[in-house]
Design a protein around this ligand. Structure first.
Ligand SMILES: Cc1cc2nc3c(=O)[nH]c(=O)nc-3n(C[C@H](O)[C@H](O)[C@H](O)COP(=O)(O)OP(=O)(O)OC[C@H]3O[C@@H](n4cnc5c(N)ncnc54)[C@H](O)[C@@H]3O)c2cc1C
Length: 296
C-alpha cells in the first residue's frame, strides 16, 4: 500500500515550524516528520492520514548537541550522531542507543522522534525517565518544559498537543558516585525488546545510598521504581556477580509492580517479570561496581 496524499513543507527555523503546524492544523491534521522511521511505515499502511507533514530536519538550531552540566539534544539530532559522540557524559544513554533497531535505522531516526513516538517497548523513553530528563516543548501557546513523568501519558501517547513540537531533550550528565546499567532481551537482534532494564545506583564509598530500576516493554509507558530498601544492603560492600541470585530474589515485589502488561504472543506476563528480576539483578550489580570504581 502507498501513503495517502499529503502536503510537505520543510521550514528552517523553530518559529516557522510552529507557524506551519498551526496553519496546517487549521484545515486538516499536521504531523511533524523527523527521521521518518516510525512515521513512514504508519503512512504507508494508512494507519494515519495526516494532510501535511512538517519536516523539521533542516532547522539548524535543532541539529545541535549542547554539553554543559546537562546534555541538550535538539529535535533534528539523529540517534547515531549521539551514539558516536565521544564526550557525551550520559553513560546510560550511550549504553542504550546501540540497542535501537539497526544502524541504518539509527542513522535516520532522531532521539526526540523516538521520545515523541513513545513506543512502550522503546529504549529511550525509559532512559529519559530513569535519568530525570527534561523535555522542551514549543507550540502555539509558547514554550514549556516537562519532566519525563509528565511527558509520557500511555502507549504511543504523550503530553504533546496538536500543533506542538518537542524542541529538545535535556539529559543530566553523570555525577561522581553514580553507576548505570542497561540490558534488554529481544527475540532477534534489532527487534523491539520483550523486556528492557535500566539501572541507576548511587554509592558513598562501599555503601549504596540509592538504587533504582527502570523497565520498558512491561507496561503502557516506561516504568521506574526505587529498590533501595529491597537491595541496598545486598549491594553494599564487595558485591559480586555471584550475588546475582540473592538480588534477583529480592526484586520479586519490584517486578510485580513494574510489569502491568498482560501476556502477548511473544511472552507471558510471568516471563516478563522473571526477566525484570534477572536482568534487573544483574544490571544493579554492574551499576554498583561501576559506581564504586568511578567509571559509571
Ligand atoms: C525496522 C525498525 C526497527 C526499529 N527498532 C526499534 C527499536 O528496537 N527500538 C526503538 O526505540 N525504536 C525502534 N525503531 C523506531 C526508530 O527508533 C524510530 O526512529 C523512532 O521511533 C522515531 O524517530 P524518527 O526520528 O524516525 O521519528 P518519525 O518517524 O519521523 O516520527 C515518529 C512520530 O513522532 C512524531 N515526532 C517526531 N519528532 C517529533 C518532534 N520533535 N516533536 C513532535 N513530534 C515528533 C511524528 O509526528 C510521528 O508521530 C525501529 C524502526 C524500524 C523501522
Amino acid at each position: 500500500m502507498k501513503a495517502a496524499p499529503f502536503a510537505y513543507v520543510r521550514p528552517t527555523t523553530p518559529q516557522d515550524v510552529v507557524a506551519e503546524l498551526a496553519a496546517a492544523q487549521a484545515h486538516g491534521e499536521a504531523k511533524v516528520i523527523a527521521g521518518g522511521q516510525s512515521l513512514v511505515p504508519v503512512l504507508a499502511m494508512r494507519l494515519g492520514r495526516p494532510t501535511t507533514l512538517v519536516d523539521i530536519t533542516r532547522v539548524e538550531r535543532w541539529q545541535q548537541i549542547e554539553t554543559a552540566d546537562h546534555v541538550r539534544i535538539g529535535a533534528a539530532v539523529r540517534q547515531r550522531t549521539v551514539e558516536r559522540h565521544r564526550d557525551l557524559g550520559v553513560p546510560l544513554l550511550s549504553r542504550a542507543l546501540p540497542w535501537i533497531g539497526h544502524r541504518e535505522i539509527r542513522s535516520r531516526g532522531t532521539v526526540c522522534g523516538s521520545l515523541a513516538h513513545a513506543d512502550p517497548a522503546s529504549e529511550l523513553p525509559a532512559v529519559a525517565l530513569t535519568l530525570g530528563a527534561r523535555f522542551g516543548v514549543n507550540g502555539p501557546k509558547g514554550t514549556k518544559e516537562l519532566t519525563a513523568a509528565e511527558f509520557f501519558r500511555g502507549a504511543m501517547t504523550t503530553a504533546l498537543e496538536p500543533g506542538e513540537v518537542l524542541e529538545y531533550v535535556d539529559f543530566p550528565r553523570a555525577r561522581p558516585g553514580q553507576g548505570f546499567g542497561f540490558a534488554e532481551t529481544a527475540r532477534r537482534h534489532g527487534d523491539f525488546a520483550l523486556v528492557g532494564i535500566t539501572a541507576m545506583v548511587e554509592t558513598d564509598g562501599d555503601r549504596v545510598r540509592r538504587a533504582r530500576i527502570g523497565a520498558f516493554g512491561v507496561a503502557d509507558r516506561p516504568q521506574l521504581i526505587d529498590v533501595t530498601d529491597a537491595v541496598g544492603e545486598l549491594l553494599s560492600g564487595e558485591v559480586q556477580r555471584a550475588d546475582a541470585g540473592r538480588v534477583t530474589d529480592a526484586l520479586a515485589e519490584a517486578a510485580d509492580a513494574l510489569v502491568t502488561t498482560g501476556g502477548d504472543k511473544h511472552a507471558s506476563a510471568a516471563y516478563r517479570r522473571r526477566l525484570v528480576r534477572v536482568l534487573g539483578g544483574r544490571e544493579l550489580i554492574s551499576a554498583t561496581q561501576r559506581s564504586m570504581r568511578r567509571n559509571h
